[in-house]
Ligand binder design. Structure first.
Ligand SMILES: O=P(O)(O)OC[C@H](O)CO
Length: 455
């Protein structure tokens, strides 16, 4: 592996009277680092969608742009897994900002040089690269979470961190609009200024990459602190064994991740969770305008509210799984997915002419779906030793994006085109039920009880 990314080595332990104050300060600091860093990743994950209307005006068809857009989901899904196997053996302080800067460079190129948006093939390649570098965000964040926060606080802390992506995704649109205004203004309003959609969010992302580099620390031991298990007296098993040796890729994959049926179960569940997440969100504007008579303005509001409703929903889900179900994530997943199922049914059968009900349904789905999205990642962290955490989460991402998001975009379109919206809704309802069923399968699993080779 590149020396640049090598995990930060342990240093001599700080004097006993310094440990507590240093730990408290650094836990807040590293948490802010991964929160700001991951939010910034989302500033440049989806900005291409906002450039699409301008590119349509330049002559590209919706089908061509949709094809180019699919490159992000495909490469992101693969990269979240492949790059996680590297991230689990890398210094999170270097890895997270490096991926963010590389992704920002792709976005800057697409904005600054018309060549990079001049054909569908070139855009596909650029968006594939962007998706690949985007895959360098989740795994180092997971590595920081499991090294700085112990088991009995992980649900809550992961849930709070997880809303970073709603914040980043929510802030991206106004930032992109401001970018368009600035660049249109610079041309004396003779041009659309669409390059601002790429350039302004990318510049902000680079600033946040620098900020997250200064905030993140790889492991507690690398700054002279004891392991988090020792500091909080919160161990994964009664043997009080902690996993401190960096693993090889082979060990990560074959000793801890690929031979763990629970990781496979949640990876499979993630196909259906992500099918619902993107199947509802990405098709909402089309469905609402075709079937319910919404105009573009109202549809944008529905889209916006869906994303922001995810924030309180995620926090509630993390809290419920920690406090009500005492660290068991499965029951919270079942409750939230059944809630999504009910909201999807109401959204489907609500007749045209009741826009408030449609809006409320989308808010309810947004509120409820992001909890299970977060729980899958959290369970992945729970089911393996901390040195393999990113890879387990990466495997769920691979399934979620390739099996769920790509089919939500492509298969939904084909099915709705061929058989109408009812067929699309049957798929969504079935996905909710299957995801709930798989969460039910993990009903009694808690924390790291199922970690392989623990003793
Ligand atoms: O879809 P991802 O990979 O950006 O992950 C979003 C959430 O953070 C999942 O926990």
């Amino acid at each position: 592996m590149l020396n640049f990314f090598k995990p930060a080595p342990p240093i001599d332990r700080l004097p006993g009277d310094k440990i507590d104050s240093e730990y408290k300060k650094l836990r807040l600091q590293v948490f802010l680092g991964i929160f700001i860093g991951y939010a910034a990743y989302y500033l440049i994950r989806k900005n291409f969608s906002l450039a699409m209307p301008y590119l349509t005006a330049e002559g590209f068809s919706k089908a061509e742009l949709g094809f180019a857009l699919s490159a992000i989901s495909i490469s992101y899904g693969i990269s979240k897994f492949v790059m996680a196997t590297i991230s689990d053996r890398s210094n999170a302080r270097m890895f997270l900002p490096a991926g963010l800067v590389l992704s920002a460079i792709v976005s800057l190129l697409m904005g600054a040089f018309p060549f990079f948006t001049s054909s569908v093939t070139i855009m596909f390649v650029m968006l594939f690269l962007n998706g690949w570098f985007q895959g360098m965000g989740w795994p180092p964040s997971g590595r920081v979470l499991v090294h700085w926060f112990s088991l009995n606080e992980r649900g809550n802390k992961t849930a709070i961190w997880n809303v970073a992506h709603n914040v980043g995704g929510g802030v991206m649109a106004p930032l992109a609009v401001a970018g368009v205004a600035i660049f249109a203004g610079m041309s004396g309003f003779s041009k659309s200024g669409y390059e601002g959609v790429f350039i302004l969010p990318a510049l902000v992302a680079i600033v946040f990459a620098v900020v997250s580099y200064f905030l993140i620390r790889d492991t507690p031991q690398s700054v002279g602190l004891p392991s988090i298990e020792e500091y909080r007296n919160d161990y994964p098993s009664n043997t009080k064994k902690t996993f401190e040796t960096e693993l090889t890729t082979k060990e990560i994959l074959f000793k801890y991740v690929l031979n763990n049926k629970w990781v496979w179960a949640i990876a499979f569940a993630n196909i259906f969770v992500y099918f619902v997440r993107y199947g509802v969100l990405d098709w909402a504007p089309t469905y609402l305008s075709e079937e319910k008579g919404f105009n573009m303005n109202k549809s944008s509001w529905a889209y916006f509210l869906y994303e922001w409703a995810g924030i309180p929903g995620t926090l509630l889900c993390g809290w419920i799984s920690d406090k009500v179900f005492k660290g068991r994530r499965g029951p919270a997943g079942v409750v939230f997915m059944l809630g999504v199922l009910i909201a999807v049914l109401v959204y489907w059968f609500n007749p045209a002419g009741n826009p408030t009900v449609d809006m409320l349904c989308l808010i309810a789905i947004g509120f409820l779906i992001y909890g299970p999205v977060m729980l899958v990642g959290l369970q992945a962290l729970d089911f393996v030793p901390k040195k393999a955490a990113g890879t387990a989460a990466g495997l769920t991402g691979l399934f979620g994006y390739l099996g769920g998001t790509v089919t939500a975009n492509a298969l939904m379109g084909v099915i709705v085109h061929a058989s109408g919206w009812n067929a699309g809704f049957i798929l969504l309802v079935a996905s909710c039920a299957i995801a709930a069923l798989i969460f039910a399968f993990t009903w009694n699993v808690r924390g790291q009880e199922v970690v392989k080779n623990q003793h």
